[in-house]
Ligand binder design. Structure first.
Ligand code: PGA
Ligand code: ZN
Length: 400
């Protein structure tokens, strides 16, 4: 029933206006699935390789598509093994992780279509009422996602006390709106960065004040707990030659960076800190986790790149207590599931995530529910972000 009869690939637009890969998978019984690859701007050094979309499509057509015909779309491992075999490298540098992940997701959706089941059910999950993935919403940002804004890449609203998915999603949108009000009151103009977060030309210290104030206002309105967190994307701040984290004219050593982040966790009761240190510094990650890991999530994105080997090293070192999962960092859904399972077995929280360059694809909303993830990081506003958030709302609605 789910035997693949055709895979077609095309170039489509992503949210930055760049080209990305979209895949359609057809099965013999008429099942249809479509997936599109996202794309990062602050990519980790150890991520699977994204090729230019046209090149990736040409290579995948030549090497992967012939191997996929006849494979059962419902057997995700078989699909993903065929992709790996067609590529023949560890990092998908032959066909591109962009074609690989688009096909992997499209195959899963085609199988779900044949079964008449929502994708999250086909992926083996269930919606668990109050234990839904909490959306982390980017409300202020800079770094690689917006020039002339904060050094810290993302300030993320975390509605940890929300009683439902819908209330959590709307709380993040309200924080985004409240940030605009606070900036306006301070006379600060703000454009938006790549993920739709406000990108004001203010210092990181002022951004903490603004987000703290916005979160307080919305918390008072909605009556449940909202905290906030950060993606520091510190590998982008770290200068190998100077062996220091560079914040404009100021620098911090690794020890100073640990001190700084630990101080922020306590001062702002941060719920979440992603990539607070360089992607090669497991030791510093471990030291920070040791200090504040009992009261906040220390999450590895560029550190782990959704890669089980890097996560194994991290677990050994005690380098974090949570992992960001981005399927395109590793190339297939099966690989992403393996990382989630290893994390869960070791008590690591999982956070399923979008990229800064996105499409209308909603797979990660299903993946978050399917894997019982604690969090999903997928922005706050903007069509490519609300596509996932609204899908999460629909899943919750269908499940009750
Ligand atoms: P990217 O950023 O998608 O540009 O890599 C997102 C992140 O660092 O989490
Ligand atoms: Zn990140």
């Amino acid at each position: 029933m789910t035997r693949i009869t055709g895979v077609s690939l095309r170039r489509v637009l992503d949210s930055r206006g760049n080209s990305t890969v979209e895949a359609d998978v057809l099965t013999e019984s008429g099942g249809f699935g479509r997936g599109a690859a996202p794309s990062g701007a602050s990519t980790g050094e150890y991520e699977a390789i994204e090729l230019p979309a046209s090149e990736s499509i040409a290579k995948a057509r030549e090497h992967a598509v012939p191997r996929l015909e006849g494979v059962y779309a419902g057997d995700q491992r078989a699909v993903d093994n065929a992709l790996r075999a067609a590529d023949g490298t560890d990092d998908f540098s032959a066909i591109g992780a962009n074609s690989a992940v688009a096909i992997s997701m499209a195959a899963a959706k085609a199988a779900a279509d044949v079964l008449g089941a929502p994708l999250y059910q086909h992926l083996g999950g269930a919606f668990r009422g109050e234990n839904f993935p909490v959306p982390l919403g980017n409300v202020v940002g800079g770094g690689e996602h917006a020039k002339e804004a904060t050094h810290i890449q993302e300030f993320l609203a975390a509605p940890v006390g929300a009683p439902s998915v819908s209330e959590a999603v709307f709380a993040n949108a309200a924080v985004h709106a409240a940030v605009a009000d606070v900036l306006d009151e301070r006379g600060v103009p703000a454009a938006k960065g790549d993920e739709g977060a406000w990108a004001p030309p203010i210092s990181d210290a002022e951004a903490f004040e603004v987000v703290d104030e916005a979160v307080d206002r919305v918390e008072a309105e909605v009556g449940f707990e909202i905290r906030f967190g950060l993606d520091m994307a510190a590998a982008e701040l770290y200068d190998d030659d100077r062996e220091a984290y560079v914040y404009g004219d100021e620098t911090k050593s690794a020890d100073e960076q640990i001190e700084y982040v630990a101080g922020l966790v306590d001062e702002y009761d941060l719920a979440y800190v992603e990539d607070p240190l360089d992607e090669n510094d497991y030791e510093a990650f471990a030291e920070l986790t040791d200090r504040v890991g009992d009261r906040t999530l220390i999450c590895g994105d560029d550190l782990f790149v959704t890669n089980v080997e890097r996560l194994e090293d991290g677990i050994e070192a005690g380098a974090a207590n949570s992992i960001l999962i981005k399927p395109n960092q590793i190339g297939t859904l099966s690989d992403a599931f393996d990382a989630v399972e290893l994390a869960a077995r070791n008590g690591y929280e999982t956070v399923i995530s979008h990229r800064s360059g996105e499409t209308e694809d909603t797979t990660i909303a299903h993946l978050a529910v399917a894997t019982d993830a604690g969090y999903i990081k997928t922005g706050t506003v903007g069509g490519e972000r609300t596509a996932k958030l609204n899908e999460l709302v629909r899943i919750a609605d269908d499940a009750v």
